[in-house]
Design a protein around this ligand. Structure first.
Ligand code: GAL
Length: 455
């Protein structure tokens, strides 16, 4: 009797809990026409980018984890039709990818029409599948010849970049590309290539960052103007922006003025060091006793039609006298982290979107990257939902986010980490090049098809 009563009570309790949950479960609907999207970059998936500076970098022993090189990567160059079907299968509306400058212009002024034809076919395949292409012109890599001339430091680079943008626009983009990214994550590129020396060109001198930053700003603006002039000439509507990598920088101690000062400095320089000059026309980097740059640059203001946001994580900043800058970047104690040790911090997504909206009221925002390294697909699904819930909150509060590109369509060559980190909605078996949709990929498919999810 007692047993029966206990079972009934337990049953009732479970029912109430379940009902309470059901009552609270809400469908987070995204605005009509919201653009679900997936992202990749050429060097990371295509294979054999042999005329590029990254190819050379990978051959230097010790530069890439486990001595790996990009090699055939995901062999995407030979699998565009099949991979386009994988994108279509996810139900997304847009695909963000980069075209490879080193393949299109392998030697100065020499255009490779086979490579151009290849990208034309890629655009046509995407359009035939009903997927809108978004093109990135520079995603970390340079043609070797341009690197040898000095990369972003060479004064001829802005014109060379605009000429390359023009070729891509007239021969590839005119087949139906509306959204353009000039440069992917300029500040990441600057930090890893010119400050830590971990990526090409491998410099590590903070005093020398002004030249490449100036070069990137002028090149971006030159390409922006060129693309718009061409589009205007043939009556097309295009939008050009930058994919900014935004991270939350929080002080280790909220009451330590040095931690607070340094966290604010990291935010100012890393998050807004490229964006601010495009708003004010002035390139400024000021770190006491270290670097002082304040320079007016012509023609760069107002060259973002939308703000591209790549969001992944947060860093905790602590004053440390013995370190350069002098600060330490830490991971929040006790926080959940990804396979590459980055804190999983969904709320930061919302915080960064608020920050963008405050700086650029009313300007459209596109999430150009967000995702996680998770080889076992153990937490990517939750990561996705937690981040999308924060994005939904931002949109609900009126922040004009128009689309979300998940990084990445499939596992790929993750730069200095080699092939180990797995960011894909599809896993890739590199021995056979077989792609398999992960459980989290199925979830993303459902979210994009239903334009929202239950929470
Ligand atoms: C971004 C970068 C991508 C990809 C991703 C994951 O910073 O744009 O190329 O590597 O991070 O780490």
């Amino acid at each position: 009797m007692l047993m029966k009563l206990a079972t009934s009570l337990l049953f009732l309790l479970l029912l109430t809990l379940n009902l309470a949950h059901a009552e609270h479960a809400k469908f987070l609907a995204f605005p009509e026409g919201f653009k679900w999207c997936v992202a990749t970059s050429a060097h990371q998936i295509e294979g054999y980018n042999t005329e590029s500076d990254w190819w050379d970098w990978e051959q230097i022993p010790g530069k890439i984890k486990n001595g790996e090189t990009s090699g055939a990567a995901c062999d995407h160059w030979n699998r565009v039709p099949q991979d386009t079907l994988l994108i279509k299968n996810l139900g997304v509306k847009q695909y963000r990818f980069s075209v490879e400058w080193a393949k299109i212009e392998p030697r100065e002024g020499q255009w490779d029409f086979e490579a151009i034809l290849h990208y034309q076919l890629e655009i046509l395949a995407l359009r035939a599948a009903g997927i809108e292409p978004m093109i990135t012109l520079h995603h970390f890599t340079f043609p070797r010849w341009l690197r040898e001339k000095g990369g972003w430091e060479w004064e001829g680079t802005p014109e060379a970049f605009a000429a390359y943008a023009e070729k891509v626009y007239t021969l590839i983009g005119a087949l139906g590309v509306r959204d353009w990214i000039t440069i992917n994550e300029p500040m990441v590129h600057l930090v890893l290539g010119y400050l830590s020396g971990m990526e090409p060109p491998g410099y590590a001198d903070i005093k020398k960052v002004a030249a490449p930053l100036r070069g990137m700003l002028l090149s971006h603006a030159a390409a922006y103007r060129r693309l718009h002039r061409l589009a205007q000439e043939n009556g097309r509507d295009i939008r050009v922006g930058v994919a900014h990598h935004l991270r939350v920088f929080d002080p280790h101690s909220k009451i330590n003025p040095l931690d607070r000062y340094l966290a604010a400095k990291f935010d100012e320089i890393f998050n807004w060091g490229f964006d601010e000059p495009l708003t004010t026309g002035r390139m400024k980097i000021k770190i006491p006793f270290t670097i002082h740059v304040d320079e007016r640059l012509p023609g760069i203001v107002g060259t973002q039609d939308f703000i591209g946001v790549n969001y992944y994580t947060r860093d905790i900043i602590k004053f440390a006298l013995k370190k350069p800058l002098p600060a330490e970047m830490l991971v929040k104690e006790g926080a959940a982290t990804t396979d590459v040790g980055w804190e999983i911090y969904p709320k930061g997504f919302y915080r960064m979107l608020r920050a963008v909206a405050e700086r650029h009221p009313g300007v459209p925002i596109v999430i150009t990257e967000n995702g996680t390294a998770d080889s076992r697909d153990a937490f990517r699904g939750e990561f996705l939902k937690d981040h999308l819930a924060q994005l939904h909150r931002a949109i609900h509060e009126g922040i004009p986010v128009e689309g979300y590109c998940h990084w990445s369509l499939m596992d790929n060559f993750e730069w200095i980490y080699g092939f180990e980190p797995r960011f894909g909605l599809y896993s890739v078996d590199y021995a056979t090049q077989k792609r398999t949709l992960r459980e989290s990929g199925r979830l993303y498919q459902q979210i994009s098809r239903e334009n929202g999810f239950w929470r």
